[in-house]
Each structure stands twice: as C-alpha cells, then as structure tokens.
Ligand binder design. Structure first.
Ligand code: ADP
Ligand code: MG
Length: 398
C-alpha cells in the first residue's frame, strides 16, 4: 500500500482533532456515529466541515450500519495519525521510498531532520484475508472490523518491545527508535537480505554464527519463529589487510536479525517445532545456496534450554510480558495470525515450495535478479521483499 503524505500539510488543527476523534471512537464502535465524533472532537456544529475534508482525501470512510450513519478510520487515516505523532516528536521528518512489501507490512525509508535515514515499518494485518478472521468472533469480541487496527497495533507493539529487549541484551538487531499505533521506526541497516547474497567467503563460519544466534535466543527464552534468508540482513564491510608486501581485501560479514512479530517463548506448546524449523531453514538455505552442509546434527531445543540462566542470560520471554507486551496480547495476536495463516515469510514448506527445484550450478547473479522480478509479479505475498535501497530520500517532507 502506498503512503501518500501529500495531504498532511493541508490538514488543519481541527481536521487532526476530528481524525483523532474517529480513532478514539473506533475503539468501541465499528462505525463511529457522527454525533460521537462531534462530541469527542469538542468541535460542535462545525465538525461536519472537517469530516468532509477527511473523507475527501480518504482518511475516514462513510459507512452505514443497520441503525445509523457514521465513519470509520481507514488505513490511510491511521498512517497519518502515526506520522503526525512522529512529526511532533521529531522522530520522522520526511518519507522516502518504499523498500519492502510483505503480506502483512510495508517498509519505507524515512529521514529525521538531519537527513539521517531510518526505516518505518507499517504493520497491515488483515489486509489480505480479514474476511476469514471475521468468522472467528471468539477473540474479536465486539471489536469487529476495528480489529485490523487492533491486531496491527499489537504486531507493532510486539515487534518494538522484542527489538528493544534483544538490542539491550546485545543481539544484532536494528535499533528501535520509536513506536506509534501500527508502526515502528528503527535504524536503517545498510545491507541486503541474505537471500540476495550470491556467495560468501566462508559459509561455515557464517552458518556457525547463525546457529549460535538461534541457540543464544533460546538461552534468553526466545525462538524467532521466522529465522530465514529474508529476515537476516548481511552487512558487508571491506577492509585492507597488509602482510609484508601483500595487501589483500578482507570481507567481513555481519548478520543482523529483523522481523519479530511471530517470536515465541521456549515454553510455547510448539516451541520445539518452531525451533527446529528455524534451524532447518538455515540448513536448507546453506545447502542450496552455498553448497554447505554441516557435519553436526542439531542443535536441539532441549540442549539449548540447558543454557538458560547461564552467562548472565535473562528470560526475555518473561520480561517482555512484564514490560508492555502482555501474555493476553500475545495470545490474541497468535490466534489471529493462525487464523489468517500468517506464519512468517519463511516457512519453506508452504510459502516457497517452488524454490526447492533450483538446480545445481546455475548463475547465482541471474538467480537473484530473477528472484526480485518474481517478487514483483507475486505481490503482495509474503515473499515480495526488498527492492534495494534508494540513493536518496526526502521526496516528501511531512
Ligand atoms: P515482513 O514482516 O513484511 O517480512 P520485514 O521486517 O522482514 O517485514 O522487512 C521486510 C524487508 O524490508 C526486509 O527483508 C528488508 O529487506 C527490509 N528491511 C526491514 N527492516 C529493515 C531495516 N531496519 N534496515 C534495512 N532494511 C530493512
Ligand atoms: Mg520478513
């Protein structure tokens, strides 16, 4: 979904109050009745003018239910509210290119006032298959169609909370910078997903590093749940090494882990399944892409669990539940994700069965180029991914 910010600067203070009123009203109403918008905005009779202005640019939509007319917030309206918060807090100054389109998210490069690039991730749960979810009234309760908003907020809050906890404990993840509603802002990693790296100098050491990361996550009580070549960005640093008369180029690769809405605790009922899937995802990728197979079996969750509490490790699954992302929220989000079949973008058995046919010895460069165009065609899917980083941002200032 595009993020068209051009109307932002034309909205008046009263328009913003009205938009906020619709957001507040949506917490309890599928269709927010006009008199309630009037009341919540404190604008009395003149609110109709503001309502029309917002509806005209698609930030709210007029709806009728059995009893009355009213409005609901659109994704565009929610995007604007989040961006306005970032603008006021000086987290985001301008919005640049879109670099990722997932089934459940949009990724943009943004910049702060100094022009430092950052990443804005907008969660869009329910974009694809909200109808199936609607059937399940159990956890929707009376939130009804408002739940796309609620679930997207939960996903953003979860991702932000986990990213903070991981970062504080020395895991290589982006720096979480801000969170508002269904979005987060994080540092931009100047790197490509491992999927697009055609060769590595020493596959064995990169493999070992990734497996060690999976084990260390478990030691801290967590399983990523979508640990795959799309969610691992590979930072490449080149340096020159001089020994005697010889100067050689040295390439250092650092994996950075992203994408946390599906993380689970090592105490989850299916923890072993998720752990093994993460491990196998990496094994399979290294076999296929780098023709590397590890001699060692495992690792296994049972062994990783023995490390819990050692080397000053703490249970992050427990601490995040206490620090903002509650167990109840985790359950609601998980139930939703299961319902719509969101199982991350990395289940190789279901999402990308086609890749298993890749033959030996093909042109690796060609392969990754083709992958990108394939991603474009299949958009939006869980595999429609990074389109490369833009050279410049700042096309649209908020
Ligand atoms: P999704 O949930 O849609 O899979 P991700 O968080 O995995 O979303 O992001 C999708 C893509 O966007 C990634 O594969 C990566 O190419 C890019 N991306 C996401 N976050 C960053 C970041 N902090 N820095 C650079 N690129 C990023
Ligand atoms: Mg991803």
């Amino acid at each position: 979904m595009r993020l068209d910010t051009k109307h932002m600067r034309y909205l008046t203070a009263d328009d913003w109050r009205t938009l906020t009123a619709v957001e507040t009203g949506s917490k309890n109403h599928e269709v927010v009745p006009t008199p309630l918008i009037e009341k919540l905005s404190g604008l009395r009779g003149q609110v109709h003018k503001n309502i029309s202005a917002l509806a005209k640019v698609g930030l709210i939509a007029r709806l009728k239910n059995a009893k009355y007319d009213g409005y609901r917030l659109t994704y565009g309206g929610l995007d604007y509210l989040a961006l306005n918060t970032y603008r006021k807090r000086r987290d985001v100054y301008s919005v640049g290119n879109q670099i990722g389109v997932g089934k459940e998210s949009d990724i943009f490069v943004v910049a702060d006032e100094k022009g430092v690039q950052r990443v804005l991730k907008i969660h869009r749960l329910g974009r694809i298959s909200f109808r199936t979810v609607k059937a399940n009234r159990d956890y929707l309760r009376n939130r009804s169609s408002g739940s796309w908003m609620y679930m997207s907020r939960l996903a953003a809050l979860k991702e932000y909370t986990f990213m903070q906890a991981l970062r504080e404990n020395g895991f290589p993840v982006p720096e979480p910078l801000a969170q508002s509603r269904h979005t987060i802002v994080m540092s931009l990693i100047d790197a490509f997903p491992m999927r697009q790296i055609s060769s590595v100098p020493d596959p064995a050491s990169l493999y070992a590093e990734l497996i060690a990361m999976i084990i260390r996550l478990a030691q801290f009580g967590l399983i990523h749940g979508d640990f795959n070549e799309f969610n691992i960005l590979i930072k490449e640093d080149e340096s020159q090494e001089t020994t005697g008369d010889n100067t050689t180029e040295k390439r250092t690769l650092t994996p950075i882990l992203i994408d946390f809405p599906q993380m689970v605790s090592i105490d989850h009922a299916n923890a072993e399944y998720y752990f093994d899937r993460d491990v196998n995802c990496i094994k399979r990728f290294f076999q296929r892409k780098f023709h590397f197979t590890s001699d060692e079996k495992g690792p296994y969750l049972a062994d990783a669990k023995k490390l819990v509490g050692k080397d000053d490790s703490v249970r992050l699954d427990v601490s995040v539940a206490a620090s903002g992302f509650s167990k109840k929220m985790a359950k609601e989000l998980e139930a939703y994700m299961k319902e719509v079949g969101v199982d991350g973008d990395g289940d190789p058995d279901s999402a990308r069965g086609d890749e298993d046919d890749e033959g030996e010895g093909e042109d690796e460069e060609g392969e990754s180029e083709q992958d990108i165009s394939k991603d474009h065609q299949t958009e939006p899917t869980a595999t429609a991914k990074c389109h490369g980083l833009p050279d410049s941002v700042g096309e649209s200032t908020l």
